[in-house]
Design a protein around this ligand. Structure first.
Ligand code: BEZ
Ligand code: FE
Length: 293
């Protein structure tokens, strides 16, 4: 049978009919169906298709050990967050994207440590409590945190200016599931925009900014590992995150505290910001049941 607009999808799907893995077959069927529908609908010229392939080629060539332009593309298209949302916890704390800056191991730290190794920002205390969906504390959970500095840069973006490990810490929760640390309030910042994804944003009038946040990966035996952020409630760009990662449940007040006694208890200088993050972990093996809206 001739390859025509009408027969194309079936011809290509049939070519994959021998795929042994049923899930791979399902994924390929869907991909071919949607990709062909996109092309039939938008009718790109050969020059436009070539330019799209050129864009993807450039994105691939931009990747190295520390730069992943294809994930960034998935991020700005909202696909990373869609995958997160579909696979997120049903009853636990909501998840968000991992992002590209979890590239060095966080130094092990004790509760109360200061993860800001530089100073100069607005002092901040973060307290967190990890509980199960039944509200029971989860002791011994590992809490991996990383954040940018007051100017919006991660340590790995400023070698020689920030020491490696600045803004990072690997903590363990105590018997009550608690952990706390000192830091500085992170800034909002732009995603890496010096590649093809940045060009796409500029060509479409989109800004590259993310609202201020602290990243968390929380893991404990018998529980689902959670990758999420805590967003700073008074940050710009909460309503227009370049990677669509904001969930209202993750936006936390960083309260201004001007209380010398409390400052002394937390070993910071007043005034400081105080933020509390409640983290709920589902049991491992629980299937997400959050309904499709
Ligand atoms: C981040 O929050 O570190 C991030 C997430 C997605 C793209 C770029 C940066
Ligand atoms: Fe980030």
């Amino acid at each position: 049978m001739d390859f025509t607009e009408e027969t194309a999808v079936t011809a290509v799907r049939d070519s994959f009919a021998g795929t042994a893995d049923p899930r791979l077959r399902e994924l390929l069927d869907g991909l071919v169906g949607h990709l062909h529908a996109y092309v039939r609908e938008t009718r790109p010229t050969p020059a436009e298709w070539e330019s799209a392939i050129g864009f993807l080629t450039e994105a691939g060539q931009k990747c190295d050990d520390t730069r992943q332009e294809l994930i960034l593309l998935s991020d700005v298209l909202g696909v990373s967050m869609l995958v997160e949302t579909i696979n997120g916890q049903a009853d636990g704390t909501e998840s968000t994207v991992l992002g590209p800056f979890h590239v060095v191991a966080s130094p092990p730290r004790e509760s109360g440590d200061n993860i800001d190794l530089v100073g100069g920002g607005r002092p901040c205390v973060v307290t967190a409590r990890v509980v199960s969906t039944a509200g029971e504390p989860v002791p011994g959970a590992s809490v991996d945190v990383w954040q940018c500095n007051k100017d919006g840069f991660y340590d790995v973006q400023q070698p020689g200016i920030q020491p490696l490990g600045n803004g990072r810490g690997l903590f363990a929760t105590d018997a009550e599931g608690r952990v706390w640390f000192r830091t500085v309030v992170p800034s909002h910042y732009p995603i890496p925009a010096d590649g093809p994804v940045g060009r796409l944003l500029r060509a479409t009038g989109r800004h590259p900014f993310r609202p201020a946040h602290i990243h968390f990966i929380v893991a404990a035996p018998g529980h689902r590992t959670l990758t999420t952020h805590m967003f700073v409630a008074d940050s710009p760009y909460l309503d227009s995150d370049a990677v669509f990662a904001v969930k209202t449940s993750l936006v936390v007040d960083f309260r201004e505290i001007d209380d010398e006694a409390l400052a002394e208890r937390y070993q910071v200088s007043a005034p400081f910001r105080l933020a509390a993050f409640d983290i709920v972990l589902e049991a491992a093996g629980e299937v997400p049941t959050r309904p499709v809206a």
